[in-house]
Design a protein around this ligand. Structure first.
Ligand SMILES: [Zn+2]
Length: 246
């Protein structure tokens, strides 16, 4: 990105870089720092790979009149996957499997993000979880499936996977980004508010909703950014990034 592009992008996202003149001064640096803070990035005022990726993932960038039409804000969840239904929450999981979505995974979640990354539809429609005391639905969260959409990132499987050692299938940044976008689209369509009781990771279900889970720790760590090392930090980042896309 050129400095001009960075300044235009900052301005388009509501940050104030000062005059858009292609020169990095204190105001542009302050705006970069503010943008980094808003995205949960290291706040250093330097546009490195992570900050560039965050810009790319942010709202449509008016970088050039001839910019390609494949806007990162384009919707990714097909309309047919979102039947009308009264849904109240979105739970984000990982599968604790490999990078592919197997049959078991598809049975348990409504939406999966495989290692490509690509969106994979689960077996049950979202509407199957409107009310599920018994019967056929996506059973993604113990005793908390009613009204809850289950989205899962295919990763973190294999023996001996711990907070310290993420094994053969660590979560890829691209998978996380796709999950954030999908969750944002679900929130928009189902009018789900981005609060810590409505948009949360599985690891937050017990602390935030008071529904006991058996030591579930998805998602208490991000493989591509180990500074996010608690369920709360990851959940807050999820909500911040989802809200930024609404
Ligand atoms: Zn889970």
């Amino acid at each position: 990105m050129t400095i001009l592009e960075i300044q235009r992008q900052l301005a388009a996202l509501g940050f104030d870089p000062g005059p858009i003149d292609g020169v990095i001064g204190p105001r542009t640096r302050a705006a970069i720092r503010a943008f980094q803070a808003s995205r949960g990035l290291l706040v250093d005022g330097i546009v490195g790979p992570q900050t560039r990726a965050a810009f790319a993932a942010a709202a449509p960038a008016p970088v050039a009149p001839s910019a390609p039409s494949s806007s990162p804000a384009a919707s990714i969840v097909p309309a047919a996957w979102m039947p009308r239904a009264a849904m109240r929450r979105v739970h984000l999981h990982w599968t604790a499997g490999a990078y592919n979505a197997n049959g078991l995974d598809q049975n348990a979640y409504h939406l999966l993000i495989d290692g490509t990354p690509k969106l994979v539809r689960g077996k049950w429609p979202i509407s199957a979880n409107v009310n599920c005391p018994r019967g056929a639905y996506a059973a993604h969260t113990l005793n908390a499936n009613t009204g809850a959409i289950g989205v899962s990132i295919c990763c973190m499987g294999g023996p001996g996977v711990t907070m310290a050692s993420h094994g053969k299938y660590p979560m890829k940044r691209e998978q996380w980004e796709m999950a954030v976008q999908a969750v944002a689209e679900l929130c928009r369509f189902y009018a789900i508010p981005v609060t810590d009781k409505a948009v949360l990771t599985h690891a937050e279900v017990q602390p935030n909703l008071g529904v006991r889970q058996n030591g579930k720790w998805d998602i208490a760590t991000l493989s591509f950014d180990r500074s996010f090392d608690t369920a709360r930090k990851v959940g807050d980042r999820l909500r911040r990034e989802v809200a930024a896309r609404l």
